[in-house]
Design a binder for this molecule. Structure first.
Ligand code: GAR
Length: 193
């Protein structure tokens, strides 16, 4: 079994999709740990409800990003985590952290990468006037939203769409895509070990 930590900062609807998928008897990954960099978020409630160990590492308690990441790294190691899934985790990880987890960090991003990196991506898509958008799961590398894309799902951008309507349409596809990609990556990892 591939032991997975999910890193969150907010609602955790993608976390929920991963928790639900991992209940399937043949699913190759176990959601073993949930870490939030923000206290009091709904994602932590979801983890509690699913009886998954969960904790807060509040980035505001650290002066330097490196100090935050050192605690994060040690915690992941202590829980014998094989793979990290970022799911609405709104902290940029440094190159030195990423280098410690090569091809071991996945992220879900609400655009068809390489289009629209960074923040406010649905607004970026609306401003660009594209007729389709979507979501991507990719390996995290040191460049922001830049690693190899592992899977994508597409949605139409409709007349009159707002950030809210487009985000909701994309989010529904995220909940299908992330469990699928995690299944594939975990299966590949398992077959190597
Ligand atoms: C999702 O749309 C995810 O793709 C996005 O934040 C949302 C989190 O929702 N992530 C990013 O923008 C990362 N750059 P959730 O907490 O309900 O899963």
């Amino acid at each position: 079994m591939v032991e997975v930590a999910v890193l969150v900062s907010g609602s955790g609807s993608n976390l929920q999709a991963l928790i639900d998928a991992a209940k399937a008897p043949d699913y190759p990954a176990n959601i073993a740990l949930v870490i939030s960099n923000r206290p009091g978020v709904k994602a932590l409630e979801r983890a509690a409800k699913a009886n998954i160990p969960h904790l807060v590492i509040d980035h505001k308690a650290f002066k330097a990003r490196e100090a935050f990441e050192a605690v994060l790294h040690d915690t992941l190691r202590a829980h014998e985590i094989d793979l990290i899934c970022l799911a609405g985790f709104m902290r940029v990880l440094t190159a030195s952290f990423v280098a410690k987890w090569p091809k071991r960090i996945l992220n879900i991003h609400p655009s068809l990468l390489p289009l629209f990196k960074g923040l406010n991506v649905q607004q970026q898509a609306l401003d660009a006037g594209v007729d389709k958008s979507g979501c991507s799961v990719h390996f995290v590398t040191e460049g922001l939203d830049d690693g190899p894309v592992l899977g994508q799902r597409t949605v139409p951008v409709l007349e009159g769409d707002t950030v809210e309507t487009l985000s909701a349409r994309i989010l529904r596809e995220e909940h299908i895509l992330y469990p699928q990609v995690l299944r594939e990556i975990a299966k590949a990892l398992k077959s190597r070990s």
